[in-house]
Design a protein around this ligand. Structure first.
Ligand SMILES: Cc1ncc(COP(=O)(O)O)c(C=O)c1O
Length: 373
């Protein structure tokens, strides 16, 4: 592992966040538009259910795959909402979606296997591929950011394709046609698909499709999801994966000998999140939509090019040299954004997260105007 870890580069965001902290310490009015984390408090009824679980003594070890009620609720949810024919045996509850990705890659990849990542992509996919001793193969999207020539990059060593819809960092919600193409390639070449759907609830335009619901895909797809974004539960560390029983068994082997299981009372909170009133999700999505509209209208007024976000809470904005822009914008206007190089080869871009307050979004636009003038 030590040799493998040398391949994982320090994140391009580290310098920006260190500088942002330094400037804030000096009393500068820093706005952080780099975090991938909703700014809302976890809804009260979810918090209360965790407290109740603790008070009822639900603080002992749980089954390593998760409490049966939650496995059942997740299976029911993905059948109903996503058309994925999962039974509770096809579910594992994980410590965040991120740990589900780690488990899936550790369970399925062998040395030398190639994993297709769509450029730009969230940083942790590459790190997880490398930790599993496999090789990331980056495939750039076309100009629409809704399609990519994956077929040109498949070799006998290809083992998995990673898809993330709605997408971080572009905000694209992949059309059904693209996902169908991925599914056909996976079936033709006998590949796994890891489908990260953590932003599925945060959609403004278009429709979310789960690739595991497509014909012939259930057995070869690992669907990753969680509670961080939809229910503003980032710090709780709760996610889940859906896959064939065999894959879940292997993922559970690793989970049971590493973290055992996600925290007991957090699982009860997750159960409440899934089973309880969903209006909290709608309210958060509406707030994100207002901020998105503010940002894209503002960027249009300024004549800035960007990928139109249809989901998630990011705008991928074209600014020339993204790394230089991120540093100068922070030093001069005290706004932290993430350079495009953090997500692959799109170095002319930066990712702006609007998981901040509406006030910050307005302030961001006025500082951006000042920066450009
Ligand atoms: C695409 C994507 N997947 C997964 C995660 C991590 O989610 P979790 O907090 O459930 O580990 C993030 C967080 O930024 C993300 O952007």
């Amino acid at each position: 592992m030590r040799e493998r870890l040398k391949l994982i580069k320090p994140s391009a965001t580290l310098r920006i966040s260190a500088l942002a902290k330094e400037l804030a310490k000096q009393g500068k009015p820093v706005i952080n538009m780099s975090a991938g984390e909703p700014d809302f408090k976890t809804p009260d009824h979810i918090v209360e259910s965790a407290i109740k679980a603790l008070k009822e003594g639900k603080h002992f070890y749980t089954p390593t795959k998760g409490i049966p009620e939650l496995l059942e609720a997740i299976a029911e949810k993905v059948n109903r909402e996503n058309g994925i024919p999962a039974k509770p045996e096809n579910v594992i509850v994980t410590a965040g979606a991120k740990y589900g990705i780690f488990l899936a890659m550790q369970a399925l990849l062998d040395e030398g296997d190639e994993v297709i990542l769509l450029d730009p992509a969230w940083v942790s996919y590459e790190a997880n591929v490398l930790m599993a001793n496999a090789r990331p193969v980056w495939v750039r999207h076309d100009e629409s950011f809704e399609d990519a020539p994956i077929e040109d990059y498949i070799t006998p060593k290809t083992k998995m394709i990673v898809v993330n819809t709605p997408n971080n960092p572009t905000g694209v919600v992949y059309p059904k046609s693209f996902l169908k193409k991925v599914a056909d390639l996976a079936i033709d070449h006998d590949l796994y698909v890891l489908s990260d759907e953590i932003y599925e609830k945060i959609i403004y335009e278009g429709k979310h499709y789960s690739i595991a619901s497509f014909d012939g895909m259930f057995e070869r797809t690992i669907t990753i999801n969680g509670f961080s974004k939809a229910y503003s539960m980032t710090g709780w560390r709760l996610g889940y994966a859906i896959a064939s029983e065999e894959i879940i068994r292997d993922m559970n082997k690793i989970q049971s000998h590493s973290i055992s299981h996600p925290t007991s009372f957090v699982q009860y909170a997750g159960l409440t999140a899934l089973k309880g009133d969903q209006s909290c999700v709608d309210r958060m999505v509406e707030a994100f939509r207002r901020r998105r509209d503010l940002i894209i209208n503002g960027l249009d007024d300024l004549g800035v090019e960007y990928v139109k976000p249809k989901g998630a809470f990011y705008v991928f904005m074209k600014v020339g040299n993204g790394t230089e822009f991120a540093e100068r914008f922070l030093r001069e206007e005290f706004v932290a954004v993430t350079p495009g190089e953090a997500f692959g080869s799109y170095k002319d871009y930066v990712r702006v997260s609007y998981a901040t307050s509406e006030r910050d979004v307005k302030e961001f636009l006025s500082r951006l105007k000042k920066y450009f003038s």
